[in-house]
Design a protein around this ligand. Structure first.
Ligand SMILES: Cc1ncc(C[n+]2csc(CCOP(=O)(O)OP(=O)(O)O)c2C)c(N)n1
Length: 330
């Protein structure tokens, strides 16, 4: 059998696609921040701004039947996976046209149709869910992959170790994707972990593990291609640590006293969109007109999503206890 082709092909079309997806996530979230200050979106809001290359790079290699589990910083993952911007925005607004019927909000986007299994608010909570999904797929003979996104803060949780151990022991097809943005809320990694190399921790569970520049979409896609091919071949897990940075606060209420403005500015200079766009323009893969066209399409998509959410309806109060318990069968 020939080795699978894991090269990233940077055709003009692919460059456009990568830039479009990253910009889509960025603009969608900028709009969310604006709507939050207008109190159209309430509750918690955790933005992914700065980390877009990870969701976009990884999602390139997933098939429609593969499953995805994410954290509360998951708007980008849901969008790139194919949950519609309207269904996500309506969910943010708490409207029943939202992808979780308005009951989940920003942290609990869910869409069974695209096998997008959340949106999990509990740090580390998605890891056992992903391992369980992969176990179910493996037991029913389905050759799918489950991609599990989580922050480096999850490495301090017991569930991280339990999930990695079982995935390795039982050879489960999980792609663990650690989005290491250096801070768990206000806590720097080296204040909680004796071993700050997360990929080394994963390797100790006897699964292939590597670290990649999470600010470079092409590097992430290349690593994801290699990882997905290995999982599909071995049916065992693979661990990718994507080193990244969030440009915004942890959530909307965070004065960010734990890091300096200079540090944030330095990372912004390595921003995934800025960097990729510059490269693609310099290399002649894209033209300024492409970028303008992409921006225009995104602006139209987002304003349509906001209109859809605005026009949505609130769930009637009679539904208050619906889904709280199992319905009685006749
Ligand atoms: C089990 C648990 N403990 C604490 C919290 C509170 N909390 C919410 S987000 C967060 C930080 C998580 O950081 P990380 O996993 O690195 O992800 P990031 O927010 O950086 O993407 C904490 C401690 C929680 N949600 N769940």
């Amino acid at each position: 059998m020939n080795a699978p082709d894991t090269k990233v092909r940077l055709t003009r079309e692919h460059c456009r696609h990568l830039l479009h997806q990253m910009l889509r996530v960025r603009r969608f979230e900028e709009k969310c921040a604006e709507l939050y200050t207008q109190e159209k979106i309430r509750g918690f809001l955790h933005l992914y701004i700065g980390e877009e290359a990870i969701a976009v790079g990884i999602m390139q290699v997933l098939e429609p039947e593969d499953a995805i589990v994410a954290t509360y910083r998951e708007h980008g993952h849901a969008l790139v996976r194919g949950v519609s911007a309207g269904a996500i925005m309506a969910e943010m607004f708490g409207k029943q046209e939202g992808c979780s019927r308005g009951r989940g909000g920003s942290m609990h986007l869910f869409d069974a149709q695209t096998r997008f299994y959340g949106g999990n608010a509990i740090v580390g909570g998605g890891l056992p869910v992903a391992t369980g999904l992969a176990l179910a797929d493996a037991l029913s003979g389905k050759a799918h992959v489950t991609a599990c996104f989580f922050g480096e803060g999850a490495a301090a949780e017991g569930e991280f170790h339990e999930a990695l151990n079982l995935a390795a022991l039982w050879h489960l097809p999980v792609l663990f994707v650690c989005e290491n943005n250096l801070y768990a809320m206000g806590t720097a990694l080296d204040l909680t972990e004796a071993e700050t190399d997360i990929s080394a921790k994963a390797a100790s569970y006897k699964m292939p593990s590597e670290a990649v520049d999470g600010m470079n979409v092409v590097d992430v896609e290349a690593a994801a291609r290699k990882a997905a091919a290995a999982i599909r071949e071995s049916r065992g897990p693979y661990f990718l640590e994507c080193r990244t940075y969030r440009f915004r606060a942890h959530s909307m209420y965070d004065p960010q006293l734990y890091r300096t403005k200079e540090e944030v500015e330095q990372w912004k200079g390595k921003g995934p969109i800025k960097r990729f766009q510059k490269w693609a323009l310099d290399a002649g893969e894209l033209r300024e007109a492409d970028v303008a066209e992409i921006e225009q399409a995104i602006a139209a998509e987002i304003s349509e999503a906001v209109e859809f959410a605005e026009a949505g309806s609130w769930e009637p109060v009679e539904n208050l206890t619906r889904d709280v318990g199992a319905e009685r069968r006749a």
